[in-house]
Design a protein around this ligand. Structure first.
Ligand code: GLN
Length: 276
């Protein structure tokens, strides 16, 4: 096949990428858009008028060698915002938007004024929530200094630096006052689980949580009750098979827990409320 235009290049790249990615067509489009300096939507609309950029083959090679799209483009969309990401943070997953959806439902009539994001990484959850509630202020905690630098950069680019504070910390150990909304996506993968694909390029500290994947829930649980303001809630991400074990662990602390599934129908989020 002679590759003449962007449409041909996208088709050919999709075939090549199918061996390396479950989302080959989307990957090809995102790389093409990045190479052209356009949004994916604009690239698709204008593809007949555009030439194939010289940089596209090199980007394709990087993806074929297993580098995640978000590392190649340096960005990832999450909820209504676009974030910069580097290998220092977890790449925000769309599944994690389930936590924001849970918060949007809970705060349907009254907005949260204060938001705490434990294990903030790129700042995705906190900044998405601050975008959702323009009157809110937030604190993001992480144990990784380079991740905090990424989060701070994102807050600045999004014009939210005056509403978001990022701080080095060990979960909620040094957090004193309660918050209206807590967003928590801790590591939860079983330590020796053999993984493959993109996840291997992400920081292990953001993924693995001991022999049963529950280490960080155990560390967080004792602080939850005191950290949720009356009328507030915590949305906590879980692995698809962890609803029962994490619920049990939270109930031991006297917390009321509800489950929310992600769009794929997998158990994804536990909701802890403080009825006040
Ligand atoms: N959901 C992520 C994955 O399956 C894991 C994120 C996490 O451990 N918090 O790769």
């Amino acid at each position: 096949m002679t590759i003449e235009g962007v449409a041909d290049a996208l088709r050919a790249a999709t075939v090549q990428l199918a061996v390396a990615s479950d989302t080959a067509r989307l990957d090809a489009e995102l790389l093409m858009a990045h190479a052209l300096g356009l949004s994916r939507g604009d690239m698709l609309l204008r593809q007949r008028d555009l030439g194939i950029p010289d940089t596209f083959p090199a980007l394709l090679d990087r993806r074929l060698s297993g580098e995640p799209i978000a590392h190649i483009t340096g960005t990832r969309d999450f909820w209504t915002i676009s974030l910069s990401v580097t290998p220092d943070t977890l790449i925000p997953r769309h599944d994690s938007e389930t936590l924001i959806e849970a918060a949007v439902d809970h705060f349907a009539t009254q907005s949260p004024a204060t938001i705490l994001d434990l294990g903030t990484g790129s700042g995705a959850l906190l900044l998405a929530a601050l975008a959702q509630w323009p009157g809110a202020q937030g604190l993001g905690i992480d144990a990784s200094p380079p991740a905090l630098a990424v989060a701070q950069g994102n807050a600045m680019r999004l014009g939210m630096a005056d509403r978001a504070v990022f701080r080095l910390g060990d979960w909620a150990q040094d957090v004193e006052s309660p918050f209206d909304l807590l967003l928590i996506n801790p590591p939860y993968i079983v330590a020796d689980l053999p993984l493959s694909g993109d996840v291997l390029r992400e920081p292990a500290s953001a993924l693995f949580a001991g022999a049963d994947g529950l280490d960080d829930y155990r560390r967080i649980a004792p602080d939850l009750l005191r950290l949720i303001a009356p009328g507030g809630m915590a949305a906590i991400e879980i692995g698809h098979d962890q609803a029962a074990s994490v619920t049990a662990l939270l109930k031991e602390r006297g917390l009321a827990v509800a489950l929310r599934r992600d769009l794929a129908g997998h158990d994804r989020c536990l909701i802890v409320t403080n009825p006040g």
